[in-house]
Design a protein around this ligand. Structure first.
Ligand SMILES: [Zn+2]
Length: 371
C-alpha cells in the first residue's frame, strides 16, 4: 500500500500572505512564480516582497511546448523553486517544470475547480486542448496554499466544477480498491485514502449547496471552507492514493469531441460519474442521490449539458474508444470494459438525467451554471 500527500497544506481566508514564509521554510531564495494573467489583479500586492522572485505569465495550456518554455526560463534565471499560481493547467505546468529539474514546488490554486493541487501528477494536453497523457512525478508539491477569500471571489462555476471532480473520488477509489489495483501513488489503496474519499463525498452532499450559494455572493462561510477542503485536499488525497476508474476515462474520452471543450474538467467528470454508475449497475437509489445532487448544485446531468446536444452514436463511439484506450483508468473497474458498454452507459446516464430533471421541474433546483 502507498499513501502520498504534499508536505504542507495551508487553507484559509488570506492564506496567500504566508507564501513568503513557506518559501523561506523551503530554503528558496530565487523562486520562479508562474501565474495566470489575472493573478496580479486578484492578489494585489500579496506577491510583492517575495525575495528574489522571477515572474512569468502562464501561456494558457499545459502542453509540451509550454512546459518547455517555462523550464527554459527557470534554468536561465537559476530558479531554486517554482510557484504555480492559478488554475489546474497552471499548476500542472509548474509541477512538470519543477519535478524533473529537482526544484522545490509550491502550488497556490486561485480556484477550487479540480483536485490537481496536492497530487504528484500533471495532465498534459495538446495545443488544441485534447488530452495527451498523464505525467507522474516522484514527489508531491512541497506546499499547497489555498486562500479561500480568493476562491470565493472567483466565478462560482469553478467551485461547482470542483464539486463535480470531487464527486468522482469516492466511487473511483472504491472501484479500484475492489480490484486492489495500483493507485496513482504507486501501490494498493490504504484505508486512509478510502476514508478520506468517503468523507469527501459526504462533505459535498452535506455542504455543497450552501457553499455554492455563499460563493455566488462572494462570502466565505464554514460551508465554503469545508467544500474547498473537500474539492482540494480530500479529493486530491483520495484520488491519488485511492485510484481513478471509469469516470475520469469517460472524461478523457469526452475531450475528443469539440463540443465539450467549453466545459470544465469537473463538469465532464460529473457526467462521467453518472455513466460510471450505469456501467457498474449501481442501485437506482445511488444514481438518484448523485443525479439529484448534481441538479441541486447545478452540475451537468445530460449530454446536452456538456455541449453534446443531438450527438450521434458514431461520435459517442469515438468517446468510448478513447475512454477504453490502453492504460486508461477505466480498466481499474472490477470487470472487463469494452467501448460498446461505455456508449450504452453514456446514453443511459443522459436518459436518467433527463428523467430526474423533468421530475424536479418547478422544484427548488438550481439551473446549471450559465456558460
Ligand atoms: Zn479530476
Amino acid at each position: 500500500m502507498v499513501f502520498a500527500a504534499p508536505g504542507k497544506y495551508v487553507q484559509g481566508s488570506g492564506a496567500v500572505s504566508r507564501l513568503g514564509e513557506v518559501l523561506g521554510q523551503l530554503g528558496s531564495g530565487s523562486p520562479l512564480i508562474l501565474a495566470d494573467p489575472i493573478v496580479p489583479e486578484i492578489m494585489g500586492d500579496a506577491l510583492e516582497g517575495i525575495a528574489g522572485a522571477t515572474h512569468l505569465e502562464f501561456g494558457g495550456e499545459c502542453s509540451p511546448e509550454e512546459i518547455e518554455r517555462v523550464a527554459i526560463a527557470a534554468a536561465e534565471n537559476g530558479s531554486d523553486a517554482v510557484v504555480g499560481i492559478g488554475g489546474g493547467k497552471t499548476m500542472d505546468t509548474a509541477k512538470a517544470v519543477a519535478h524533473p529539474a529537482g526544484l522545490s514546488l509550491v502550488i497556490v490554486p486561485t480556484i477550487a475547480s479540480t483536485d490537481a493541487p496536492t497530487s504528484a501528477l500533471s495532465v498534459v494536453y495538446d495545443e488544441h486542448g485534447a488530452f495527451l497523457e498523464y505525467r507522474f512525478f516522484e514527489r508531491n508539491p512541497d506546499a499547497v496554499i489555498v486562500d479561500t477569500a480568493i476562491i470565493a471571489g472567483a466565478p462560482v462555476r469553478f467551485l461547482v466544477a470542483g464539486i463535480g471532480d470531487g464527486l468522482a473520488t469516492y466511487f473511483e477509489a472504491e472501484a479500484s480498491s475492489r480490484t486492489r489495483k495500483q493507485a496513482m501513488a504507486g501501490g494498493a489503496p490504504t484505508s486512509a485514502a478510502l476514508t478520506l474519499a468517503r468523507l469527501c463525498y459526504d462533505t459535498l452532499l452535506e455542504h455543497g449547496l450552501a457553499a455554492r450559494l455563499a460563493v455566488e455572493r462572494g462570502a466565505v462561510t464554514p460551508a465554503v471552507e469545508k467544500v474547498v477542503e473537500a474539492n482540494t485536499l480530500l479529493s486530491g488525497l483520495g484520488f491519488e492514493s485511492g485510484g481513478l476508474a471509469a469516470a475520469h476515462s469517460i472524461h478523457n474520452g469526452l475531450t475528443a469531441l469539440e463540443g465539450t471543450h467549453h466545459y470544465w474538467h469537473g463538469e465532464k467528470v460529473a457526467f462521467g460519474v453518472v455513466a460510471m454508475l450505469m456501467l457498474e449497475e449501481r442501485p437506482a437509489a445511488v444514481v438518484e442521490e448523485v443525479v439529484d445532487f448534481c441538479l441541486e448544485v447545478g452540475l451537468p446531468v445530460t449530454l446536452e449539458d456538456i455541449g453534446l446536444e443531438g450527438v450521434g452514436r458514431e461520435d459517442l463511439e469515438k468517446v468510448a474508444e478513447a475512454a477504453c484506450a490502453e492504460g486508461e483508468t477505466i480498466h481499474n473497474e472490477p470487470f472487463e470494459v469494452y467501448p460498446r458498454m461505455v456508449v450504452d452507459a453514456m446514453i443511459a446516464a443522459d436518459a436518467f438525467g433527463h428523467q430526474r430533471r423533468a421530475l424536479h421541474t418547478g422544484e427548488a433546483h438550481l439551473p446549471a451554471v450559465a456558460h
